[in-house]
Design a binder for this molecule. Structure first.
Ligand SMILES: [Ca+2]
Length: 511
């Protein structure tokens, strides 16, 4: 009997060791405000990303990967919790109303600016499974990321970025002291990442490399400026400062990849690449996608995404399945052999089967933004619904090739078939009422199931005439030209956009 028990125990230990040996290290490169076309492999004609291009070619590229939100904090709260916005209630950056009060028709839903500490993040679960966990760069969800499952924190605070931009001093940002005075923070974070990997080469690790790049300030890495000033501008991209910021990311990735090679960890390390929301409108361009950071058109939420996982993901593969930020929670758990907290709702599905080429179960994916985001100025207003706001309160759903947006101020609906209209130019809501109703019903029942609050209280400070005048003034400015225009703006303001806007303005203040 004793012999039998010993053999059984030995067998179980071997099984466990085999499983542990298979568990990959995970390097999760998460950029800030990095657009869908901002790498060479996705089609930039000006930015240079040879290291990212190589990694992408060694794994699977997802073409229809979405953030769960069009701006920073809610996207990150969804990423870390695996939950859509109505569950964690981080709806916007800050809880105050954004944009002019006289132009907002409804009271927004403030939500919270802090990820609830009782939410178990994937970092908690992965840490519990025996991994050493680190976050390096932007955190944005509380004062200190460490209670959210991280052993190591470099630079993470509640703030959206380091206090003085990309060059030091970095104020009180943890572990970003003693930085050489001319060192770009992207480089500093990459070096810290390489050190962390070296220190943990004998044990499994998960590194959340949440770069500050390429969020504003759009600030050049000085030693790269001359190179891009001498380069012929692209049709799509031509921003020299942005190009230097992107190369800094790519050079940093190169440095980390070289360290993995040197330590013999390349085959044991999975690399996942993603961004928190669309590119910054005045700085880059997602053409042919409409919109940019802050809008719920594709340019604001569709992101570059790839996974390289040696031995598990076939190199040179592409996947067109729609996936979304909340999927990464169960994905990371499955990759690392960590377990879920059964009592915590999860909105995503694990992508590991799709990494092998299997189809995911059919489903819809959702966005819920019951708030306002004011316009930038400097970017094309016709990539927004009106020139005053990148987004007014809106809900959206994607199901198969179809996407529906519902604007809560007016009840207006926009239906697009992304397969034939990736630029969301032709609103089919009136033409296809059956599909519109089908998607609206799906979205409404999802909202019920997540207790999603829909703004309905009128804003007493709203002034219909002030709004109308501001819109007309903004359109006038656009017609007059002025600033250098992006590729999509060079086409001019589409007549259909002006007609739709004037129809909507004529119903001003009715609701
Ligand atoms: Ca962002």
């Amino acid at each position: 009997m004793r012999t039998f028990l010993t053999i059984t125990l030995l067998f179980l230990t071997c099984m466990l060791n085999a499983q542990t040996a298979e568990r990959p290290n995970v390097l999760f490169i998460f950029l800030d405000d990095f657009g869908w076309k901002d790498t060479s492999y996705m089609g930039s004609d000006f930015y240079e990303t040879p290291n990212l291009d190589k990694l992408a070619s060694e794994g699977m590229i997802f073409t229809d990967a979405y953030s769960a939100s069009a701006n920073c904090a809610p996207a990150r709260a969804s990423l870390l919790s695996g939950q859509y916005t109505p569950r964690h209630e981080v709806y916007n950056v800050g809880t105050g109303p954004r944009g002019k009060a006289a132009h907002r028709r409804l009271n927004h839903i403030p939500g919270t600016d802090t990820l609830r500490p009782d939410i178990q993040t994937w970092a908690h679960r992965i840490q519990k499974a025996g991994y050493k966990t680190a976050t390096m760069g932007k955190w944005h969800l509380s004062d200190d990321p460490k209670p959210y499952g991280f052993d190591v924190n470099v630079g993470g605070t509640h703030s959206g970025g380091p206090p003085n931009g990309y060059y030091p001093p970095h104020g009180k940002a943890p572990n970003l002291q003693d930085v050489p005075k001319d060192e770009f923070v992207t480089t500093t974070l990459s070096k810290r990442a390489a050190s962390f990997i070296t220190e943990n080469k004998e044990n499994p690790w998960f590194l959340y490399l949440t770069m500050f790049a390429v969020h504003t300030p759009i600030q050049a890495k000085k030693d790269l400026v001359a190179k891009y000033e001498a380069k012929t501008p692209g049709e799509l991209h031509d921003n020299v400062k942005m190009a230097t910021m992107i190369q800094a990311v790519d050079d940093g990735v190169g440095l980390i990849v070289a360290k993995l090679d040197e330590l013999g960890l390349t085959k044991k390390t999975a690399i996942v690449f993603f961004s928190d929301n669309g590119g910054y409108g005045p700085g880059t361009d997602m053409d042919p996608l409409k919109g940019y950071k802050g809008t719920y058109y594709e340019g604001g939420i569709r992101e570059p995404f790839f996974v390289k996982w040696p031995g598990k993901v076939e190199a040179g593969t592409k996947n067109e399945t729609p996936i979304i930020g909340v999927d990464l929670y169960p994905t990371f758990l499955e990759m690392t052999g960590a377990t879920a907290d059964e009592n915590q709702p999860q909105d995503g599905v694990s992508l590991v089967s799709s990494f092998k080429g299997d189809a995911l179960p059919e489903r819809s994916i959702f966005w819920h933004f019951p708030a306002y985001l004011q316009s930038y100025g400097g970017a094309g207003p016709f990539e927004q619904r009106d020139p005053l706001f990148r987004s007014r309160p809106v809900g959206a759903v994607r199901n198969g090739d179809w996407k529906l947006l519902e604007f809560f101020e007016s009840g207006d609906l926009e239906l697009y078939n992304l397969k034939v209209d990736i630029g969301e130019a032709n609103n089919l809501a009136a033409e296809n009422p059956e599909k519109t109703k089908e998607l609206l019903d799906i979205m409404k029942s999802w909202r019920e199931s997540t207790n999603a609050p829909v703004p309905s209280e009128k804003n007493p400070q709203f002034e219909a005439d002030a709004e109308k005048k501001a819109i007309e003034a903004a359109i006038g400015k656009t017609k007059g030209g002025g600033k250098k225009k992006k590729k999509s703006q060079k086409k001019g303001v589409p007549l259909s956009w002006l007609i739709n806007l004037s129809i909507r303005l004529s119903t001003n203040g009715r609701q």
